[in-house]
Design a protein around this ligand. Structure first.
Ligand SMILES: C[S@@+](CC[C@H](N)C(=O)[O-])C[C@H]1O[C@@H](n2cnc3c(N)ncnc32)[C@H](O)[C@@H]1O
Length: 221
């Protein structure tokens, strides 16, 4: 079982098929995936990474915010897909991981377009001025804090901008009590609050997708 498979919510044969058909042919990304697996660092699953790439190609954000950089894998994929003028602000609270991300981003030749800020996103978001006007936000940080970050995400998103949140099904636990592991109860409850806040939000229209570990796509209306 790979690190990715642990988080799959679809039956194994579907997951296997999705991943085979979402595969890229990029030695650098493969190296990052291997590093993440060996060091137990969670990164976007292949089908989610491909979805992110396609969404960036469609939206072509000029300004993107990512919450949860890890080793820079998803930021590099997004920057490549969004085109030459787009820039990304990505937040990571673990200093060592943020350093690794900056190194990977430099190797990808993207240091002028991706800024890694080492901070607790929950606090840092409130310091970002809404003049920043994000076209796209990828929320992939601490799952239990999504619900506390939503107001700032909506404030920072321009009208028509897109918010994608990853891992919202949390291995299926969010959808069904029978799947909940006792030590994850708090995270699951907060994710349920987050989904309710998203789907009832007067400024957002949200779709829930059973992709990867569960993804929501919201547009600011
Ligand atoms: C799922 S990983 C991000 C994966 C990355 N987006 C990718 O796909 O390559 C989540 C990251 O969020 C970071 N994180 C956790 N809590 C945080 C917080 N409060 N503020 C900023 N980053 C946080 C973790 O250290 C971890 O690296």
């Amino acid at each position: 079982m790979t690190e990715y498979d642990k988080y799959a919510i679809a039956p194994p044969y579907i997951t296997h098929w999705l991943r085979e058909n979402s595969a890229h042919n990029d030695a650098f990304l493969t190296e990052l995936e291997q590093y993440a697996a060996e060091n137990n660092i969670p990164i976007a699953q292949p089908e989610t990474a491909r979805f992110l790439s396609v969404m960036c190609g469609i939206i072509k954000p000029r300004r993107m915010l990512e919450i949860g950089t890890a080793i820079g894998y998803s930021a590099i994929i997004a920057a490549r897909a969004m085109g030459g003028n787009g820039t990304i602000l990505t937040l990571e609270y673990d200093e060592r991981i943020a350093r690794t991300a900056r190194g990977n981003i430099a190797r990808a030749g993207l240091s002028d377009r991706i800024e890694v800020v080492c901070a607790d996103a929950k606090d840092y978001l409130s310091y970002i001025d809404e003049d920043e006007c994000m076209d796209f936000i990828f929320l992939d940080g601490p799952k239990a804090h999504y619900v506390y970050m939503l107001d700032d995400c909506v404030r920072l998103l321009r009208r028509g901008g897109v918010l994608i949140s990853d891992n919202v099904l949390y291995k299926g636990m969010t959808a069904d009590d029978e799947h909940v592991v006792r030590r994850k109860i708090t995270i699951v409850e907060r994710l349920r609050e987050y989904i309710a806040a998203l789907t009832n939000h007067p400024e957002l229209d949200t779709a829930l997708l059973p992709l990867g570990d569960g993804v929501t796509v919201s547009v600011k209306i």
